[in-house]
Design a protein around this ligand. Structure first.
Ligand code: FMN
Length: 368
């Protein structure tokens, strides 16, 4: 499975793993892929600093990356408290009534009130500043091209910059602004995603950016066959997200049994692409919570970052309740294949073994 990205990053396999868990990211890097730690959950930069110190010490000297969320065209400053004054009463009422209807109990007084500030440029910039004090080899941005000065700062520090793209024109604009690697994020993907499926998007982006820009196929990749397909479509590697939620290491971050029950029983049709998580279209597990927002009379989701501030407390309450019928979680269509929880090293070994068997099989078919 070696591609030029393996040499560029000093990794054994071009398997990039986005995950909010440092335990998963470190385990992927130790297993020869590139673990990429999602920073959006860190409201406290000291906590991110401590976490990256842990990554430095627990990756056996192997490379890792970090992922920030720098959306374009949203307020650059602010706190959850002052931004919440922009949230209409109608929306707050709908959330309160829906939680009541779904039987989600309140949290104990004083717990879980703050929204995720990582969606703000100001916070994402401090994530980059903290990351540059450590030894990541890659900075990825989820939403749009990172600002030029951030790209220059990362390049000066010897890091590569990646950005997610859901359409060929987005990929071209990333490259024109200095992004090194494009993550072609297909419709099937968990989290923010566009309208074009991986089978069409990956070759379109590969052709749009030309042979000098490496592309990672993303969205719907959870097996060695899917990795082989992505490389066949012209990708130099794959960027995966959902499958790592089904690992033992992920339990360090989420002790929520409801989560596991919810995704282990879900089929590939049990997801929905909706703006209710952040204000931008993102693929989530379909539950009573997502269904409530789709009912007639439900308010339209607010723009980013207001929607996430609106539902942050609701997410805390839903997660604390652990009810698998209500849970709110980003996950891709690959969820239908996530039927057991395993150690990261085992998932990696299976991806590699199935990839090798697939290529052998294809060679057999082609030679027949
Ligand atoms: C729980 C979850 C959270 C995510 N959060 C982010 C994020 O903060 N930043 C980002 O760049 N991508 C995020 N993504 C998208 C992943 O980086 C990745 O592109 C996607 O999961 C690939 O598709 P797959 O889910 O089919 O593997 C998230 C995905 C999931 C499942």
């Amino acid at each position: 499975m070696r591609t030029p990205l393996c040499d560029a990053f000093g990794i054994d396999y071009p398997i990039f793993a986005f995950t909010p868990s440092e335990h998963v990211a470190a385990a992927v890097s130790r297993a020869g892929g590139l673990g990429v730690l999602g920073c959006v959950r860190f409201n406290d930069t000291d906590e991110l600093d401590r976490t990256l110190t842990w990554m430095d010490e627990n990756t056996d000297g192997k490379p890792y990356g970090v992922d920030v969320v720098m959306p374009m065209k949203i307020p650059t400053e602010g706190t959850s408290t002052d931004l919440s004054s922009y949230i209409p009463e109608e929306h707050k009422k709908f959330v309160d009534e829906t939680l009541l209807k779904l039987g989600v109990p309140p949290l104990p007084e004083g717990e879980g009130r703050e929204g995720v500030l990582g969606w703000l440029h100001s916070m994402a910039r401090s994530h980059v500043d903290v990351a540059l004090q450590h030894r990541p080899v890659l900075i990825a941005n989820a939403l749009g091209t990172p600002p030029n000065d951030v790209i220059e700062e990362c390049h000066a520090a010897g890091l590569k910059v990646a950005a997610l793209a859901g359409a060929p024109s987005h990929a071209q604009s990333h490259v024109a602004n200095g992004v090194d690697i494009i993550v072609a994020q297909g419709y099937e993907a968990g989290g923010h995603t566009g309208e074009i499926a991986s089978m069409v998007l990956t070759p379109d982006i590969v052709d749009a950016v030309g042979p000098d820009v490496p592309v990672l196929g993303a969205g719907g990749i959870g097996s060695g066959r899917q990795i082989a397909a992505s490389l066949a479509l012209g990708a130099h590697g794959v960027w995966t997200g959902s499958i790592w939620l089904g690992t033992e290491e992920y339990r360090n971050l989420s002790s929520n049994k409801g989560w596991e029950t919810a995704f282990l029983r879900a089929s590939s049709s049990d997801t929905v692409r909706t703006r209710i998580y952040t204000g931008k279209p993102a693929r989530l597990l379909k539950t009573k919570w997502t269904e409530a927002w789709a009912e007639e009379g439900a308010p339209a989701p607010l723009p980013m970052p207001l929607q996430n501030l609106l539902v942050a407390d609701a997410h805390n309450r839903i997660n604390a309740s652990g009810d698998p019928d209500v849970i709110s979680m980003p996950i891709g269509q690959i969820v239908g294949r996530m039927n057991e929880v395993r150690p990261v090293a085992e998932v990696m070994a299976d991806l590699i073994a199935e990839f090798e068997a697939t290529v052998k099989n294809l060679n057999g078919i082609a030679g027949f």
